[in-house]
Design a protein around this ligand. Sequence first.
Ligand code: ADQ
Length: 467
Amino acid sequence: MNRLIIVSNRVTTPSGKGEETVGGLAMALAAALREYSGLWFGWSGKTVTEFNGHMNLQRVEGVTTATIDLEEADLSEYYNGYANKTLWPLFHYRQDLTAYDRSFDEGYQRVNRRFAETLRPLIEPDDLVWIHDYHLIPLAFELRKLGVKNRIGFFLHIPWPAHQLITTLPRHKELVEALFAYDLVGFQTPEYQQAFEEYVLNEADGVITADGLLRAFGRPLRTGAFPIGIDAKEFAELASSPRAQRTYDVMAAHTAFRQMIVGVDRLDYSKGMEERFLGFERLLSDHPDLRREVLFLQIAPLSRESVEAYQEIRARLDALSGRINGEYADIDWNPVRYVNRNYRRDELAGVYRAAKVALVTPSRDGMNLVAKEFVAAQNPNDPGVLVLSRFAGAANQLHEALIVNPNSPEEIAEALNRALSMPLAERIERWRALFDNVQREDVTAWRDAFVNALAATRSGDHARSAE
Ligand code: ADQ
């Protein structure tokens, strides 16, 4: 078996025991590396005054990691700059929040070069290299310049935006051309894959060859849709662990038999939380009978706090939750419980299980793992209902959820009302179909599909076509 080298912006090494609070991507990558030998390369999360290329190699819980430190300027131009102020908002359809600052672009290229130069000596001839996400789009291009001929794959965890939107980015063509240095580029859904193809066919004189490859910039590229999943079995087990049970009991006692609606998201403007709060408010105003019967718990750990747009959304959510509580609360009931902290995964599983409804209503989302975790955590005999945005990649698989337009508080309120009164038989029927999908298309299926597709690409195509 080939060694696997995984590269992502940040390296985190979860133990897989349910104790950590890291996000779904980190969990998925660590799981992949436990199966294959190889290593995980990326930024340590630390900064130094001057970049020194020093690499820190470690072996933690069966996973070898190699990390580098970055400079402050790298952080502000690459991570907080081009990645999170330009690509993230644009790829989530927020052109209003997109910064088109040239120095960000330069920092982004510089960090990708630094990644390539430090990673290069670690790559052995038969290694498969798997690069993750929008921070590192030009990495294969930089590695090819240094003579790397290995098969290199890229997986985009966030949406690929519509053709017209990406053309608003200065030098969009260079960004797309850089993707043609890969052998395989994977997207979360066929829709994002098609949006990418459409760009290439229209803007770069691309063609689709007889064997299904996309050809442009003088190079062939295999693309595919690889919907990411969770470790459904592990998550279902976590949901009935003692720690989850304790969390469930605490929640049940404190909700005093009220029906709990839950939302769990990084505090990000793409997650549609404002409209969701308004949807819940609408439910309370339209259904006075429900007022003391329900409560909405929104868990939203702070994220990317040094980026202004994140400070703004935080302030707006603070105000909104305060306003709804001010309007509707009573001396013994608060309709909204809004919490900004992280929880252990087993506690989170207990929270999901205690909820009657999950509100997963991003305005755009590559996939959304919370939707899948909620499904996996349910009690099969009394499952809760998933309300899901049509703009989450997960809606492409989880058809039995109540699908809503996340921009419409009215639709959210209606779906909530329907979910809260759904008969047990319907809840069970919907949940079974959802769980079946979450279990079948799990993180192992995702990883194997991607790695096998990468291994099956013709090694050396790039070396040949670039000559
Ligand atoms: P994210 O935007 O981070 O991921 P998501 O897929 O929902 O979105 O993953 C969030 C993860 O963080 C989940 O595993 C969740 O359990 C965890 N989490 C959230 N709040 C938490 C809390 N308070 N305590 C502990 N854990 C918490 C990006 C893309 C998504 C895509 C993933 C994976 O934006 O669309 O699904 O990558 O590809």
